[in-house]
Design a protein around this ligand. Structure first.
Ligand code: GLA
Length: 384
């Protein structure tokens, strides 16, 4: 029975990947076989089983997710040729997630997405010190953050996977036992909905997100500077040279951060403006224009005319981190041994603002016992 189940997962993988297409910089190939073996993800770590799960819908869109870090490994979406393009960066095997220099591909991020200045924050007068894993700050929940944890996985049906994780009191220096549930749901309209829920037994802080790296021409197919980006934000949070927000909300008007109308990502990415220099390109949080405080609203749109693929991001969160892949470099080998070079992927991480625990003017990221934290983000793909 177990063997049959494994065999059917392997069959589904090859079926879905046979339709897949890695694309290249100038043209999009209709079909090119991309091989991924579920076995390359099946391993027992600290008594927990790591596996690769496949979600598919009636349009044959497929999403592969590992319960190691709750990572989205591969997302194969229809392109304008009638074929499929794998639009996210990742690795061919679990092992590569342990030994390559980019740690966050596709991962669930927690307890706190993005940076906390000097790894310090206070709650009820008590100071908490976190690991400094991005000197002089803490980044993405620290070295053993959620991206490096084995989540419990429950496949609910062909289109949904539920992941859960219990983070112990003081794990990575954060107070309270935090119980987190994340639902990945592939919808019939080619959306991936990610719903997050968390509760705690002591007052704590949290900022959960997903860290997928996208290239709408296919992972490993060259620059994203030609992609057209729109961000529904009149303001952004300028940063210091260590990427900590200064606390100010600055107008995007007249700056390289004005993406209110579709504009090529590369238009001003080499500007000499102080903010672009501080971010080494784009690595900034945008303050989303919101009509309500909690409805799903359109935050950003990205489009590539090469593949014809459009990505729309909807969220309930107040902010979005637009990161343009400034720390990628071509020594990094990804799926199919393709090079993941400088600025060949972008991230749109929906979230509360970086360093909010130390900025009283930013929306609070505190969670208290008895309350359930809930948020949701949708990545929706279509062809234009
Ligand atoms: C986030 C940060 C970036 C970088 C990436 C991961 O987007 O803002 O500075 O650390 O994660 O490499």
């Amino acid at each position: 029975m177990y063997f049959m189940k494994r065999l059917s997962v392997v069959f589904m993988l090859f079926f879905a990947l046979a339709c897949n297409n890695a694309g290249n910089q100038n043209t999009v190939k209709k079909d090119s076989v991309f091989q991924i073996s579920a076995a390359a993800y099946q391993q027992e770590i600290k008594g927990k089983k790591v596996d690769l799960f496949l979600l598919t819908n009636k349009n044959k869109m497929s999403v592969f997710i590992s319960n190691f870090g709750g990572r989205i490994v591969s997302v194969n979406v229809p392109n304008k040729t009638g074929g499929f393009t794998d639009v996210v960066l990742g690795y061919d095997s679990l092992q590569h997630y342990f030994n390559r220099k980019e740690n966050y591909f596709g991962a669930l991020i927690g307890r706190y997405g993005n940076r906390i200045a000097k790894g310090k924050f206070q709650l009820d007068g008590k100071t908490y010190q976190l690991a400094i894993n991005n000197p002089p700050n803490t980044l993405h929940g620290g070295p053993t953050g959620f991206h490096n944890q084995i989540w419990d996985a429950k496949k609910l049906d062909e289109q949904s996977l539920e992941l859960s994780y219990v983070s112990k009191d003081m794990e990575e220096g954060y107070p309270g036992t935090l119980t987190v549930k994340v639902l990945y749901h592939l919808l019939e309209d080619n959306s991936i909905a990610i719903s997050y829920q968390a509760t705690t037994d002591k007052k704590t802080i949290l900022n959960l997100t997903n860290h997928s790296y996208f290239n709408l021409n296919g992972a490993g197919s060259g620059t994203i500077n030609d992609h057209l980006l729109t961000i529904n934000a009149d303001k952004f949070t300028p940063v210091d040279s260590t990427l900590i927000p200064t606390g100010v909300f600055a107008d995007v008007v007249g700056t390289p951060f004005d993406f209110r109308k579709p504009r090529a990502i590369g238009d001003s990415v080499n500007s000499s403006s102080e903010q672009i220099q501080n971010g080494k390109g784009y690595d900034h949080n945008f303050v989303l224009n919101r009509k309500s405080s909690s409805d799903m609203e359109l935050a950003a749109t990205v489009y590539s005319s090469i593949s014809g693929i459009k990505l729309e991001v909807f969220t309930r969160e107040p902010g979005i981190q637009f990161y343009g892949g400034n720390f990628l470099d071509s020594s990094l080998l990804g799926k199919k041994d393709l090079h993941y070079g400088f600025r060949t992927a972008f991230c749109l991480e929906t979230q509360h603002f970086p360093n909010a625990p130390n900025e009283s003017s930013f929306a609070s990221t505190q969670l208290i016992p008895g309350k359930t934290f809930e948020t949701k983000t949708i990545y929706k793909f279509s062809v234009q």
